[in-house]
Design a protein around this ligand. Structure first.
Ligand SMILES: [Mg+2]
Length: 281
């Protein structure tokens, strides 16, 4: 009798993840606790794409630590950066910059600054771009090297709001009328192009992966706060990482999973379970 060997091919999976408080620990920025799940993804060639408020310079440093060759999404959905080696993802693009093809969804930061300039006389705020390195260190708690990477913004400005909440609503409405939008993060109010959005960037990323993963990959998105909602709502499986200090994102996806642990430990716990479910070794 001939033995039948069953070869099971894992279904196409695409993982898209927030960083701070999700893949990275909220306080230490470590991803150590997620390493077992990350290594399983790498062995199975499942892309893990960061989708973050961080800048391109910050991501280039981080992906070296993660030993990642996957694309990444920067400045709250402002652009998708694809390593030039991943030729199958950007076949029709020809402009390389420091080894990456960058597909923008937002507007260049000069345009953001042009819109903000006349608003300064009516509203009280400080911008990241106004500060010296010393002031950035004092306002963020980053190291000098990290502060330099964080200040290399291409599409979004981070504001420290110094005015009333009512003035803030008025300010956000004025931005909206001029093709920009504002996102309130933990400490900063980010101002960026109206089309720049973590969810829109995920939709674009799915199109880019079509030649590799087909039309219907299962998209798993992970996030811990309300600025991840658009991304989580655009996924097939939304994973909400426990966030002891913030409001839980409101998501109505086909499937929503809540991690027990916070940060990278929660990331590891849920991704391991999902990899088991999809028969990934
Ligand atoms: Mg987060």
């Amino acid at each position: 009798m001939t033995e039948t060997i069953q070869i099971t091919t894992p279904p196409p999976l695409l993982i898209v993840t927030d960083l701070d408080g999700t893949l990275l620990d909220h306080h230490t920025y470590s991803f150590e606790a997620a390493r077992p799940a990350l290594e399983r993804c790498r062995a199975a060639a499942i892309p893990v794409v960061p989708n973050t408020s961080k800048t391109r310079a910050e991501l280039i440093a981080l992906r070296r630590q993660l030993d990642s060759s996957d694309p990444f999404i920067i400045e709250n959905g402002s652009a998708i950066c694809i390593p030039e080696q991943q030729i199958h993802l950007h076949a029709d693009q020809a402009s390389y910059d420091e080894g990456f093809v960058e597909l923008p969804l937002g507007v260049p930061i000069d345009e953001v600054h042009k819109t903000l300039a006349p608003l300064r006389k009516d509203f009280q705020f400080e911008a990241f771009g106004d500060w010296s390195t010393e002031q950035i260190l004092a306002n963020t708690g980053l190291t000098a090297e990290e502060a330099l990477a964080a200040s290399q913004r291409r599409y979004s400005e981070a504001l420290l709001w110094k005015d009333s909440d009512e003035k803030k609503r008025e300010f956000i409405e004025l931005l909206r009328q001029q093709g920009l939008h504002a996102l309130q993060g933990g400490r900063f109010l980010s101002v960026l192009g109206a089309e720049a959005d973590k969810g829109a960037a995920l939709e674009r990323l799915k199109q880019l992966y079509r030649p590799v993963l087909g039309d219907t990959p299962t998209v798993i998105a992970l996030g811990d706060s309300h600025n991840d909602e658009a991304m989580l709502n655009a996924a097939d499986i939304a994973v909400i990482i426990a966030n002891p200090s913030g409001r839980t994102p409101q998501v109505e996806g086909p499937e929503v999973i809540y991690s027990k642990a916070a940060g990278p430990a929660g990331w590891n716990e849920v991704i391991q379970t999902l990899l088991d479910r999809f028969d990934v070794e």
